[in-house]
Design a protein around this ligand. Structure first.
Ligand SMILES: Cc1ncc(COP(=O)(O)O)c(C=O)c1O
Length: 304
């Protein structure tokens, strides 16, 4: 079956969906998006779409920040997504990318007085960082501040900040960048939240350090507490605290849980996957396939 897309209020083959060259969002980054994973369970022959309602809640919050009015509720968006998967017939892991955007064919920087559209596309996506142990650098770029672009929205324009940091990191031989906030605290990766393990407790930066409030971050906090009895403290973290942490890892929908073994050419902990990181990875990788009824609130099942 050809991949389908929901575009300009209808479903169509991906190849037929075309954006006009004057589309406002293309020029000015006036859009927000989500990344949602559907995880294939070959035993049950079904896809578990993980925390789809939470992703669409964050998308609609982003729309409020950008004055994008859409005629869809969270339930409508979930329904459209299921319909899209139905038409596309995936029987493997899928990555769902909704994008709400300023669609007017119009020159002029602003948010008001413009038309809005929504598209949803689904594709396959393997391991995002492509490594099971990640080497990082501290970026020379600082994470956008809420006084510049609202960091709690997954806003397209913000990703120029992420792209600058990611390319700098890779061109310098690292796998990923860690961005500091403008006041010098650890914020997050270019597309992931970050955790440190210090003396058996998880530590992760709070919202005022301009993180995207990650859904994986939230899942990991809950799983750590309920399944491993490990607490999380949300507090500002200094760069050098990461160097001295027992373990560090990234979290994200695309990334899952990625162990960080090196930062700025310093070995973190033993230089291998730490105990708590490894336990969380095993738990998380099972839970996201829909295997644990305790977490039914996170699951939307779909059978092709
Ligand atoms: C900048 C940034 N931070 C954090 C995350 C992690 O968020 P989530 O776990 O909701 O995917 C992402 C990915 O969406 C991201 O792009």
């Amino acid at each position: 079956m050809p991949p389908y897309v929901f575009f300009e209020k209808q479903f169509m083959p991906l190849e037929n969906a075309k954006i006009g060259v004057l589309t406002h969002a293309l020029h000015y980054g006036t859009a927000c998006f989500e990344g949602i994973r559907g995880n294939w369970d070959s035993e049950q022959n079904r896809i578990c779409i993980f925390r789809i309602q939470d992703h669409y809640k964050r998308l609609l919050n982003g729309c409020r920040l950008l004055k994008i009015e859409l005629p869809y509720s969270i339930d409508d968006l979930c329904q459209l997504t299921i319909e899209l998967l139905n038409k596309s017939g995936f029987n493997e892991d899928v990555y769902i990318r909704p994008l709400a955007y300023k669609s007017s064919q119009s020159i002029g920087v602003r948010l008001h007085g413009l038309e809005n559209e929504l598209l949803i596309v689904a594709t396959t996506l393997g391991s995002y960082l492509g490594k099971d142990r990640v080497r990082c650098c501290t970026s020379s770029w600082r994470r956008v501040d809420d006084t510049m672009i609202p960091a709690r929205g997954k806003i397209s324009g913000i990703y120029v900040n992420s792209a600058l940091a990611k390319t700098e990191a890779e061109e310098n031989g690292f796998d990923e960048a860690i961005l500091l906030s403008s006041n010098g605290h650890v914020s997050e990766g270019s597309g992931e939240n970050i955790f440190a393990v210090i003396d058996g407790t998880l530590i992760t930066p709070p919202s005022p350090d301009n993180i995207l409030i990650g859904i994986t971050r939230n899942s990991v906090i809950e799983l750590a507490k309920k399944e491993l009895g490990v607490d999380t403290i949300e507090r500002s973290i200094d760069r050098s605290e990461l160097y001295l942490a027992d373990e560090c890892f990234f979290t994200g929908t695309a990334t899952h849980i990625a162990p960080i073994i090196e930062i700025d050419n310093r070995t973190i902990g033993t230089g291998d996957i730490g105990k708590i990181t490894g336990d969380l990875q095993k738990l998380y990788n099972k839970v996201i396939k829909g295997s644990n009824p305790k977490y039914n609130k996170w699951y939307t099942f779909f059978s092709p």
